[in-house]
Design a protein around this ligand. Structure first.
Ligand SMILES: Cc1cc2nc3c(=O)[nH]c(=O)nc-3n(C[C@H](O)[C@H](O)[C@H](O)COP(=O)(O)OP(=O)(O)OC[C@H]3O[C@@H](n4cnc5c(N)ncnc54)[C@H](O)[C@@H]3O)c2cc1C
Length: 415
């Protein structure tokens, strides 16, 4: 039986970064996935490393928004009515954690991770030779109304003071200069200048994987469901035969609950599904920055395959039938804003953001098992926090001092 120091379960961006950081610290690591690497949620996201993302996306609290969402006809959110009974406990907790005072408390804890998101990715990008995959031009929130624009400008000033996040304020004319192919219907934009945008998120994950393998790490196919305690450590069946390892890390993203439940944990996890579609930019049209059409609720970014349009949150059971209604609603609005030509994918891609009700990821030792660690629940920011999580988990596993206090992210908060 092959012997490893540690096995990392799940080769999305989170598992890959953890495996890489452990391998860099001299551990013999097996990274295991039932599929190829970064073929699930980490494949098709919007590609932002969101240094500005200190406030994780909360549940709306104003009556108007709740009413709009309740009618289930908005672009940014959609839900399956049939899933509500199962989702209700999660949504109730999510709503409570999104109350303004509590949300601000969550943001203070979250900011400790977000603060390092760009610098930690920059280290891995340099080591992996992946510079060509990233663009250091930030991204923009664009506004239809002066009211929303000015509200967000004021919010950005607050985030600058509280969290050191940089921005540029663009009025309608400055935005038109920066993005000449956007229809002249906008009141301006907020340009977050610190974030990085990744040209192809899967390609970045694969570049990190290649570095992991160059350092001696092994990536193999296997089913995490075969994980079994084995003395002080763990054993698992893989396509390369059985392996035993001193420790295991669960980085299964939206599927984490399948394994944690089998191990005796009742964690309040759910998913927010999202879709993408690529379009050819018509004629000479060019989008220079990724943009969020804030008041309409969809996102567009330039990628090598074309313009990638991504949708907001769909509250549904993870494995329920795909219902890309938000894409259908966003597409005509996006076409009015930017000259999109034909669709380039046969069907919409779907991913499931792995979520916790308090909007903080689960990172740290498994409360009821020795030599087992959890790293999932990164919701809207798994790409953003991949490198940070990788370093934090590796520092915990190897027993060193951690660069961020991991206490707020422990699974123990839910037990
Ligand atoms: C539309 C959309 C846009 C987004 N935009 C952004 C963005 O701009 N910036 C950002 O930071 N984040 C974004 N996200 C969120 C981000 O994509 C996720 O948070 C992140 O990909 C989660 O990574 P992960 O490694 O935890 O999960 P995944 O990438 O899903 O990886 C989990 C892995 O576990 C494997 N697995 C599952 N079950 C088993 C099993 N039984 N045995 C073995 N392997 C198994 C899967 O095959 C998979 O490879 C977006 C998400 C969506 C849907």
């Amino acid at each position: 039986m092959a012997r490893k120091d540690i096995v990392v379960l799940g080769a999305g961006i989170i598992g890959i970064c953890i495996a890489l950081h452990l391998q860099k610290r001299g551990r013999a690591v097996a990274l295991v996935d039932r599929r190829g690497a970064a073929e699930e949620t980490s494949f098709g996201n919007a590609g932002l490393i969101q240094r500005e993302g200190v406030f994780p996306y909360g549940f709306p609290h104003d009556f108007g928004a709740l009413l709009r969402y309740g009618l289930n006809r908005t672009v940014d959110a959609h839900y399956h009515p049939s899933a509500l009974p199962r989702l209700a406990p999660f949504l109730w907790q999510y709503w409570k954690h999104s109350r303004p005072a509590r949300h601000a408390e969550v943001a203070r804890k979250y900011a400790k991770l977000i603060e390092h998101c760009v610098s930690e990715h920059e280290v891995l990008i340099a080591e992996a030779g992946a510079d060509a995959l990233v663009h250091r031009g930030g991204w923009m929130k664009v506004f239809r109304s002066e009211r929303e624009r000015d509200r967000r400008f004021a919010e950005a000033e607050g985030w600058k003071m509280d969290f050191g996040i940089q921005h540029r304020k663009l009025d309608a004319r400055a935005l038109q200069e920066a993005e000449p192919f956007l229809a002249p219907v906008l009141a301006g934009a907020l340009h977050w200048t610190d974030p990085i945008s990744v040209q192809d998120p899967q390609a970045l994950a694969l570049a990190y994987l290649k570095l992991f393998e160059r350092l001696g790490g092994e990536f193999m196919q296997g089913n995490a469901a075969t994980l079994q305690a084995d003395g002080d450590g763990w054993k698992l069946r893989t396509a390369r035969g059985p392996i035993e390892a001193g420790g295991a890390v669960v980085a299964l993203g939206p599927w984490a609950d399948v394994l944690t439940r089998a191990l005796g944990y009742d964690l309040p996890l759910a998913v927010k599904r999202g879709y993408h579609m690529h379009y050819r930019a018509a004629g000479e049209a060019k989008l220079n920055h990724p943009i969020l059409d804030v008041e309409r609720g969809y996102f567009m970014g330039p990628m090598p395959r074309g313009i990638r349009l991504t949708t907001g949150a769909e509250f549904a059971l993870r494995d329920a039938i795909r219902t890309p209604v938000q894409l259908g609603r966003a597409e005509p609005i996006a076409r009015d804003l930017f000259p999109l030509a034909e669709r380039l994918d046969n069907e919409p891609w779907m991913g499931a953001r792995p979520c916790t009700p308090d909007m903080l990821p689960v990172i740290g030792p498994a409360p009821k098992h020795a030599n087992l660690w959890f790293a999932f629940g990164h919701a809207h920011h798994g790409l953003t926090l991949g490198a940070v999580t990788g370093r934090l988990v590796a520092e915990m596993v190897t027993g060193g001092e951690t660069f961020v206090d991991p206490a707020p992210y422990s699974a123990a908060r839910f037990l």
